[in-house]
Design a binder for this molecule. Structure first.
Ligand SMILES: Nc1ncnc2c1ncn2[C@@H]1O[C@H](COP(=O)(O)OP(=O)(O)OP(=O)(O)O)[C@@H](O)[C@H]1O
Ligand SMILES: Cc1ncsc1CCO
Ligand SMILES: [Mg+2]
Length: 266
């Protein structure tokens, strides 16, 4: 069994509780994706309860997709608690280059050292303050163009950074890898990237190696997308097939489909 398959098996055995403070578009899909995979999602964002919940969850995912002022406070409180108690937390900087509100919120969250950051190329370039705005929530940059930004961010935060797209790039500042799986239907379903950030959080629960766990999350996700696309007619049936495929995904499929490009140490 490959390392990726072992991480997936561990996730299913432990069924980690994953708190989400995510956007209105992603909530339902992210919860269904996590349930299909075998984790336990909870969308908990009120400032009155986020700290209490963050102290008991196995992992936390924070996503700024549909940002508003009360949520910014909740995000800060939850990330601070996660950091304090040593719970892994993932940051998804949706459309961070688009507005000053997003840039300022993201900068404050970065200070709380996310265990992992997952975004598309334009988001990672903007977050590293290298200038791209993207086009709303969609990327206008190639994953390759974001590699140096990802390495710089990983070094700055001490965490893992994943740039996702046609080929995913992941680094912890020392190691790097590329995942060449996936399917072009995946960006045609809204919030599939947001749900993927929740999946990264689920894989980060209870692991010794954050880089390997993030890599396993990206691999599982992309391979499920690739298999699901074989029986999809378009984005609608793809979304349904994707949930079914995540539910059934096994180590043998991972080993059969895996197209991993392990790069040298940086
Ligand atoms: N063109 C593509 N070909 C193959 N796989 C893709 C492609 N685009 C995306 N994917 C897959 O979808 C995953 C997440 O996609 P993406 O980077 O598009 O997220 P995103 O832009 O944050 O999405 P969203 O904001 O809609 O949630 C990738 O990790 C990859 O597995
Ligand atoms: C479409 C959209 N708008 C804000 S968040 C979101 C989900 C994809 O990022
Ligand atoms: Mg996104």
């Amino acid at each position: 069994m490959s390392d990726c398959a072992a991480h997936l098996a561990r996730l299913r055995e432990t069924a980690p509780l994953v708190q989400h403070i995510t956007n209105h578009v992603a909530m339902n899909l992210a919860a269904n994706v996590l349930l299909a995979l075998g984790a336990s999602p909870a969308m908990v964002h009120a400032k009155e309860e986020v700290e209490e919940f963050a102290a008991l969850t196995d992992a936390l995912c924070i996503n700024i997709g549909t940002l508003s002022a009360p949520w910014v406070e909740s995000m800060q409180l939850a990330a601070k608690t996660a950091r304090h108690v040593g719970t892994p937390w993932v940051f998804d900087p949706v459309a961070v280059g688009a507005t000053a509100f997003r840039r300022e919120t993201a900068a404050r969250l970065l200070e709380l050292k996310p265990t992992a950051i997952r975004g598309n190329a334009s988001e990672i370039i903007a977050l590293a303050a290298q200038g791209s705005a993207g086009r709303g929530v969609d990327s206008t940059d190639s994953v390759e163009a974001a590699e140096q930004a990802a390495i710089a961010l990983a070094n700055r935060t001490g965490g893992v950074v994943a740039v996702t797209g046609p080929v995913d790039f992941v680094t912890d500042g020392k190691r790097q890898a590329k995942v060449a799986n996936g399917h072009a239907l995946m960006p045609r379903v809204t919030a599939l990237g947001c749900a993927q950030s929740g999946v990264v959080a689920a894989f980060l629960a209870d692991t010794e190696d954050n880089f390997e766990a993030t890599l396993a999350a990206l691999v599982s996700y992309a391979i499920a997308g690739e298999i699901a696309a074989q029986r999809a007619q378009g984005p609608g049936s793809f979304a349904v097939a994707f949930l079914d495929t995540l539910y059934r995904l096994d180590g043998q499929q991972i080993d059969t489909y895996l197209r991993l490009e392990m790069s040298d140490e940086i």
